[in-house]
Ligand binder design. Structure first.
Ligand code: KIV
Ligand code: ZN
Length: 391
């Protein structure tokens, strides 16, 4: 999938929840769960779904094949190491898709070269042979130099040029161990675009891990420098500290379109639904304060914030809950809540209080809130019953 010049202001979203996400220890998903997630990803406008690693197991092969058969709009991609057997197996699975992609990779940093026992020239020859083979099978081929951010720049230019000459249509630059930081991530893409012959004929992708909590910032910095595909997962699921979170980059591109003027095809109102689904099937709950999809991302407890929210939602929210598929902002009633929020909450529950009544109920509410972390609707109903009995 190469973009025309007119599409250059669009960023492709490549979701790898079913491949890199599933590689999280303990996040294994069943066949039917994978099909369901793939259908949701397709429906929400993900451009490319990395559906699995077909050589890894019979189960992975079957899941990628079936996801490929069911695909409607998304390109279906499978991962393969840099050998012909892996690539053939990958093609056998993705070829059923209306649009399939082979993604092949090899570790190019000194550490990885040592492990694969290939010298620099040997690795270049391997890249040439495997990408050529993949391209003979499929006209959409993605190639990744694993651990790119710890690969010598001269050598990285050489291997990227080799992959492009052999027919790669997308070159992905992985920050495999979450080592880079935003300025460096941008500089790397800019350097490749400037130095590698043919770099302007392919799409550069950014694939970041979150070991230092910078995956989203690093991905967006790469986009600013010219990358046009972001690799990400729902809820940031992924090995160790996870991958770039889809919901974060998509909402950042939307909210800060003034400085990041790139569009995606994502229907953001589907974000919350798929986030809950992935959390449920992977068994990885979303942390409460997780950006965009955490339970507290649209919740306010402090009196000042609740008062501001009741007057104008933009005071303390930069996104609208409905934009990510949430019904409404949640004003959490607790010991930091003020009178205005209590009045509004009680009104939602059907109680219209005069000023004196509110004063009395507010005292009772504060006493209760001191004992409880959160005061729920049922607590408020009980409090109102208690207040009317003592009138
Ligand atoms: O993090 C990584 O390097 C990967 C590659 C296989 C693309 O996931
Ligand atoms: Zn990865």
């Amino acid at each position: 999938m190469t973009m025309t010049p007119a599409e250059q202001d669009r960023v492709l979203i490549f979701d790898t929840t079913l491949r890199d996400g599933e590689q999280s220890p303990g996040a294994t998903m069943s066949h039917s769960e994978k099909l369901e997630i793939a259908a949701l990803l397709d429906e929400m406008g993900v451009d490319i779904i990395e559906a699995g690693f077909p050589i890894a197991s019979e189960g992975d092969f079957n899941a990628v094949s079936e996801i490929a058969r069911n695909a409607k709009n998304s390109v279906i991609c499978g991962l393969s190491r840099a050998n012909l057997t892996d690539i053939d197996r990958c093609w056998e699975a993705v070829k059923h898709a209306p649009r399939g992609r082979i993604h092949t990779f090899i570790g190019t940093s000194p550490l990885h070269r040592e492990i694969t026992a290939l010298d620099m020239d040997g690795m270049v020859a391997r890249i040439h042979d495997t990408v050529t083979h993949a391209r003979n099978l499929c006209d959409d081929v993605q190639w990744s130099p694993m651990d790119a951010t710890r690969t010598e720049h001269d050598y990285l230019c050489r291997v990227v040029e080799t992959a492009i000459k052999a027919g790669a249509t997308t070159v992905n630059i992985p920050d495999t161990v979450g080592y880079t930081y935003p300025r460096e991530s941008a500089d790397l893409i800019a350097m490749l675009l400037e130095r590698v012959p043919g770099a302007d004929t392919i799409t550069f992708a950014t694939h970041c891990h979150n070991d230092l909590g910078m995956a989203t910032a690093n991905a967006l910095a790469a986009v600013e420098a010219g990358a046009r595909q972001i690799e990400c997962t729902i809820n940031g699921l992924g090995e160790r500290a996870g991958n770039t979170a889809l919901e974060e980059v998509v909402m950042a591109l939307r909210v800060r379109n003034d400085i990041l003027p790139y569009a995606t095809r994502i229907d953001t109102t589907k974000i919350m639904g798929i986030s809950r689904m992935v959390a449920a099937v992977s068994g990885f709950p979303v942390q409460y304060n997780k950006a965009v999809v955490g339970k507290n991302a649209f919740a306010h407890e402090s009196g000042i914030h609740q008062d501001g929210m009741l007057k104008n939602k933009e005071t303390f929210e930069i996104m609208r809950p409905e934009d990510i598929g949430l019904a409404a902002t949640n004003l959490v009633m607790g010991k930091h809540s003020g009178r205005a929020a209590l009045r509004s909450k009680l009104s939602d529950l059907g109680y219209e209080l005069g000023d004196n009544q509110l004063k009395d109920v507010f005292v009772r509410f504060k006493a209760l809130a001191d004992r409880k972390k959160e005061v729920y609707d049922d607590d408020l109903i009980a409090l109102m019953a208690e207040a009317s009995l003592s009138d």
